[in-house]
Design a protein around this ligand. Structure first.
Ligand code: HEC
Length: 103
């Protein structure tokens, strides 16, 4: 029984460390590559799905992502992004904003 708690505690602290790394922006690149690039392109220039992310400033990006999360932003295909944004923490969005604004 004790062992089980230990494993649980370790898993929990590992995920906290991962969260902190994301908040610091360290992993925004891999987060973007894994979760966003397929639709928006590796450099945010793909326009098949939406307006390109390339050229979007950090503020506009954050506003859009917060808006999707709160279901208060978007166009005809916003449901796609509401699903994406729901899985991101504020730290993730902040880190991604820094990354995307440099495209
Ligand atoms: C399954 C495809 C798909 C994935 C994956 C995806 N997006 Fe999107 N994204 C879209 C679509 C479609 C829209 C347009 C939605 C609308 O009509 O509002 C969009 C719109 C956006 C916008 C708003 C652009 C603007 O100018 O208004 C941002 C910002 C954005 N996505 C960021 C992201 C980020 C960051 C990720 C990764 C966490 C991501 N997207 C993952 C399909 C996707």
């Amino acid at each position: 029984m004790k062992k089980r708690y230990l494993v649980l505690a370790m898993a929990l602290s590992l995920s906290l460390v991962a969260g902190a790394a994301l908040a610091a922006g360290k992993d925004a690149k891999s987060l973007y590559a894994a979760k966003c690039a397929s639709c928006h392109g590796a450099d945010g220039s793909k326009a098949a799905m939406s307006k390109p992310l390339k050229g979007m400033g950090a503020d506009a990006f954050t506003k859009a992502m917060d808006g999707y999360k709160a279901k208060k932003y978007g166009g005809a295909k916003k449901a796609v992004m509401e699903g994406q944004a729901a899985k991101l923490s504020d730290g993730d969005i902040k880190a991604l904003a820094g990354y995307v604004s440099k495209f």
